[in-house]
Design a protein around this ligand. Sequence first.
Ligand code: HEC
Length: 349
Amino acid sequence: MSESITPLRALTLFAVVTVFSPAARSQEPVSFRTDVLPILEERCFDCHQATRTDARGRTKKHKGGLRLDGNAWILRGGDGGDVVVAGKPDDSPLLTRAELDEDDPDHMPDRGDPLTVAQLEVIRRWIASGASFGDWTGAPLDASAASVPVAQAGATVPAGARAARLLALADGLAPLSEAERKALGEAGAHVEDLLGDRRLFRIGFPGRQASIDDAALRVLDRVKEHVVELDLARTPIDDSALDSLARLPRLSRLDLSDTRISAAGLRKLTRAASLRTLVLVGTTLHEDAVGVLAGMPHLETVHLWRSGLGDGELAALRDASPQLRVVGPPSLPPPEAPSAGRDGPRRRR
Ligand code: HEC
């Protein structure tokens, strides 16, 4: 028999859920494992997990090319490309699809009630705060992840491309031992397992940036085959650290924002064998950096906002290296210059 829910009981339930669920209190950090995962498990996994056979022997394949049952799968995205863009909830289909009007054909979940406002808020805050999976990995990627689906209009990165690249990097690499993995944690590193099988990692030092120096970075030497993404933003490191970073054979993305590195230091990174993305926001580079960056063999994207380089230097870099994506300051709407009015240059027709 179904229990009748009186309005008072409903109100109490609502109060309990909203007041006592830790993540519902906006100051509490959101944990993927305790706050987000249960929502996905309950409402999304049915259609977005590994192919399986149901009770009647029918094969159920994940929908939209999207699996949500592993961190690497979530990062891989679906047929339409990325589903989570860290820091940008409004660009993350994992959330925006669930926020759509229930009548919208793209609304998720595809069946049953929409997510509650509290659930949407948890997912929003998780993405806004960086979409970290903490120690959760879930199902590891397998070879099927590398098939590049036909990207739908509007997709920025074909979903399979990142996975294919990671799998190629990991080829032939044995998993990191549990002891080394622990040593990283003890050194204060925040470690994310990118494939879910302890082969490739994203490493950062959130909250401990101020104490990261060359000595602290020595822990990376012990795991150097496994470092793919490294966040050293706002650490006091300088050019001397870059020798050892250049020797990380799989380092693909390096964030040196708000550090004291110079063009001379960057030159050492020319030897980095896999470096594709370099974030240099908030540095004090000067024009020498243009030639150095143009000479980096595998570099695909460089972020140079507030880097000391002006428009002229960014243009010179784009000229010198046309295939390089040079990300400058966000483009602002054109200023309402006084010349835009009557006194301005006449528009030719
Ligand atoms: C009953 C099955 C079902 C459930 C449950 C479900 N989905 Fe989906 N999902 C689909 C189908 C079918 C598609 C592909 C068609 C489409 O894109 O609308 C899809 C596609 C998606 C996509 C787009 C993937 C891409 O790259 O094209 C996202 C994002 C998504 N779902 C998120 C979710 C989230 C988040 C949940 C849980 C809150 C969820 N889905 C629950 C069936 C489901």
